[in-house]
Design a protein around this ligand. Structure first.
Ligand SMILES: [Zn+2]
Ligand SMILES: [Zn+2]
Length: 399
């Protein structure tokens, strides 16, 4: 299915997409194989800049697609509004914000979907995203209430005292009333193809994260960022996330880039939702694997250094400097997702589980093995697991 969209093989690429960049204020125009794609930058959260992408349909005149929609915050909306004006005035007079007929979301985190309410009210555009996260957009408050209830249990298990739980969740901000619900026109599952766009399901950063493949570019949302490691969550609080799913999705993205390069002789460029576009996806994925492994080993190192078993709340400040109070939930989730993987691989174990009860839910961990065994490359083990899983599928297909 995906290979169809690669078109004829062995087409020589004169230059890569990124070298065609032309910038005006917060807008960059790229010449892709399928035409112009605009990257619009906006201050989506107080500490975070995001990129949304805009391009005209290949099939319908006056029909534009927006990938992600900003946070809906004051600065985010103002930045997008001025970016739309730049696209129209400096690049393409046929564009107007009312020509945005479809908003494709990579995933339903607030910095990506918070802007859909205002945009769809303005132009009636349809909102499409993966089925697993569609309710966050269409029934935001209901999801926020239920998710927060799960997070309370999670934080108690981490060893956070009850009095600190609500402030930590306030800092995280997935609270009822923060975003307005918007109807979802189409729930995606992955594998769909429309208007020269292929939907690729790549969960891990969130349960319904997708990438959109469009000619020689792929809109990858928060799956892979050019510099920093993206946020990981434990699968125990958010299904289809966790390091196992995340690493599988990175492998899938790398395969996509490699098969594109084999078929077309040029590079597939990742247009990420934060930081810079990524020209060499396989190299970036390899670097992400090394970064993930370094952090896993650091966590094991922290546990080995301590003589006593540690809870996730005790590991977190040893692992991460937490200068910003609203980062606590992110840091705890990151540590918890690593602990989850190390437990699954048997590198660590839960201790004094006999004392765990609903009134005393904190779990504590210690390494299982001697130093040599514990330093086994954990990401490598997951890669081998994935390879083995794929081999089994091939065998079944042949049989
Ligand atoms: Zn995200
Ligand atoms: Zn994001």
């Amino acid at each position: 299915m995906i290979s169809d969209s690669f078109g004829k093989p062995f087409v020589h690429c004169e230059k890569d997409v990124l070298s065609t960049a032309r910038s005006e204020r917060n807008v960059t125009r790229y010449e892709t194989r399928l035409g112009a794609v605009y990257r619009l930058e906006a201050r989506v959260l107080p500490y975070l800049t995001g990129s949304v992408y805009l391009f005209p349909s290949r099939e319908t005149t006056g029909f534009w697609t927006l990938v992600d929609a900003g946070s809906g915050g004051k600065e985010s909306s103002a930045d997008l509004k001025s970016a739309f004006a730049v696209v129209r005035e400096r690049f393409d007079p046929s564009f107007s914000p009312s020509a945005i007929r479809r908003i494709l979301l990579t995933h339903a985190h607030i910095d990506h979907f918070g802007g859909v309410y205002e945009l769809t009210r303005m132009n009636g555009a349809e909102v499409w995203l993966h089925a697993f996260e569609s309710r966050v957009v269409s029934a935001y408050d209901a999801c926020a209430i239920v998710e927060n209830m799960r997070y309370v249990n999670f934080l108690r298990e981490c060893g956070i005292p009850d009095a600190q739980i609500e402030p930590i969740l306030d800092g995280f901000g997935f609270r009822p009333g923060r975003a307005k619900s918007v109807p979802v026109a189409r729930k995606l599952l992955g594998g769909e193809r429309f208007d020269s766009i292929d939907v690729v399901y790549l969960p891990g950063h969130s349960s319904g994260h997708v990438a959109y493949l469009y000619g020689d570019v792929v809109f990858t949302g928060d799956l892979l960022l050019s510099k920093t490691l993206t946020q990981i969550w434990p699968a125990r609080t958010t299904p289809q996330t966790g390091l196992l799913n995340y690493i599988s999705s990175l492998m899938k993205l790398r395969e996509l880039a490699e098969s594109y390069e084999r078929a077309r002789g040029c590079k597939l460029v990742a247009f990420a939702a934060h930081e810079e576009p990524i020209l060499d996806i396989p190299e970036r994925v390899a670097r992400a694997f090394r970064g993930l492994e370094r952090r896993n080993q650091r966590l094991l190192g922290i546990m080995r250094e301590e003589n006593a078993p540690l809870s996730i709340a005790e590991i977190m400040p040893k692992m991460y400097w937490s200068g910003r109070p609203n980062r606590e939930f992110f840091a705890l989730s990151d540590v918890a997702s690593r602990v989850e993987l190390l437990l699954q691989l048997g590198a660590i174990q839960i201790v004094d589980y006999e004392r765990v009860s609903p009134s005393s839910p904190t779990l504590r961990y210690r390494p299982s093995f001697s130093d040599t065994k514990a330093t086994e490359n954990t990401v490598e083990q997951v890669l081998r697991m994935n390879a083995a899983r794929n081999e089994t599928q091939l065998f079944e297909r042949k049989a």
